[in-house]
Ligand binder design. Structure first.
Ligand code: FAD
Ligand code: EPU
Length: 341
């Protein structure tokens, strides 16, 4: 395995921020990973695992080693009456994996079609879309522990999944390399079409009768109409999480803003659509230099060409301030901000 020096990361992060890594390595086996660990110990440098680079914002050059995850392979482990158990290596592309499941009539992940990134990153923020979260089909994962070089299995409970959250964004942040993830997929599909107009989209594009392939096609079509393609314009999907507020706070906002978009959660709190808040605050389509707010989806910040991480964060800070002033709501960033030195 080669360790490259002064390696450009521009093509490896979906925000297309133009930064370099002091060192860069592609890891395709446990042997490679152990070599990288050796290098880190000898050089006493910082390190970061990179998947598809679709949920990170680099603030500056990375003064350490970026470890690109290239572990590949998909394996059927077994089945029972209703399920098939599939293990995917962490470096597999997420959407290729979803496509593989759909082609093999294995149901469950089709609503998560076209989410960029790797299988290995899917548990980090428990990716979600269109009424499904990764955790709904998660069985376990295997992770390499940097501290002792052991491989440890994490069960569903170990991972502490939440909305765009897990133990890997908290206590275990930066301490492990996720090597593989095992999923439980359904032999008999349970179609989830209530969320985000999937049913209407299926009718509109004339792909009835319903099937997991029809849901995948509908989700892809909805996503392509709303979200900017990182190939055309740099972005990392939703920049912020949808904030959760109390019933009292919600009722007082509702009086002033009768059209506020929210979803009531089982515990009585309300999840607000951050895109609606940012839109109402007048930010949709705004541009400051090469940093901007997407014209169709105010929750997505974009890099028109040469924005720096700092310019994106400065724009994000102004948006946070506006939303706080108008609605008394704190926005939390979904994107992982990486300070390279
Ligand atoms: P990266 O950006 O490479 O890494 C993210 C973080 O995970 C980093 O901290 C990294 O160090 C860590 N990491 C990555 N791989 C590993 C590993 N193997 N072991 C340990 N740590 C690791 N997300 C959603 O949830 N729902 C959506 O609908 C959605 N839509 C999106 C649309 C667009 C256009 C874009 C650009 C992004 C979207 N995202 C969405 C965000 C993103 O796709 C997900 O967060 C995805 O899981 C990131 O995967 P990645 O491989 O690119 O991770
Ligand atoms: N809205 C506006 N103006 C905007 C954007 C949105 O008024 O500029 C309104 C919409 O009209 C809609 C509501 O806000 O009523 C919600 O919008 P949308 O359906 O586009 O979903 P979202 O809440 O903005 C979330 C996820 C996405 C995921 C979609 C679909 C978060 C932070 N984002 O977006 O995930 O794909 O739902 O399930 O939860 C990501 O995490 O990166 C991501 C893209």
């Amino acid at each position: 395995m080669e360790i490259l020096k002064n390696y450009s990361l521009k093509a490896l992060n979906s925000f297309a921020i133009n930064v370099d890594a002091k060192y860069f390595a592609r890891v395709a086996s446990m042997k490679d990973l152990l070599e990288v660990k050796d290098f880190i110990v000898k050089n006493n440098c910082q390190f970061m695992i990179l998947g598809g680079g679709s949920n990170i914002l680099f603030m500056n050059d990375y003064d350490g080693i970026i470890v690109s995850n290239n572990l590949s392979g998909i394996e059927i482990l077994g089945e029972d009456e209703n399920h098939v158990y599939v293990k995917a290596q962490a470096g597999e592309n997420w959407d290729d994996f979803v496509s593989w499941c759909v082609e093999n009539n294995l149901a469950g992940l089709e609503n998560l079609s076209l989410i960029p990134g790797s299988v290995g990153a899917s548990p980090i923020q428990n990716i979600g879309a269109y009424g499904v979260e990764m955790k709904d089909h998660f069985v376990e994962l295997e992770a390499f522990q940097w501290e002792n070089s052991k491989v440890q299995a994490y069960s569903y409970d170990d991972c502490q999944f939440g909305y765009r959250n897990s133990i890997f964004k908290n206590e275990q942040k930066g301490k492990v390399v996720i090597l593989s993830v095992t999923f439980r997929l359904d032999k008999k599909p349970i179609f989830k079409t209530a969320y985000g107009a999937i049913q209407e989209e299926i009718k509109r594009i004339g792909i009835e009768p319903i099937s997991i392939k029809a849901i995948r096609d509908a989700v892809i079509s909805i996503r392509e109409s709303k979200l900017p393609d990182p190939e055309d314009i740099g972005n990392a999907g939703s920049f912020f999480k949808n904030p959760v507020i109390t019933e009292n706070h919600y009722q007082s906002l509702k009086k002033t803003y009768p059209k506020i978009v929210s979803y009531k959660l089982p515990d009585g709190s309300h999840k607000l659509a951050a895109g609606w808040l940012i839109d109402q605050a007048g930010w949709k389509g705004k541009r400051e230099g090469d940093a901007g707010v997407h014209e169709k989806q105010a929750l997505v910040l974009v890099n028109y060409r040469n924005a720096t991480g700092l310019e994106i964060i400065q724009l994000a800070a102004k948006i946070e301030q506006s939303v706080k002033e108008l609605f008394n709501v704190d926005l939390e960033r979904e994107v992982n901000v990486v300070f390279g030195s």
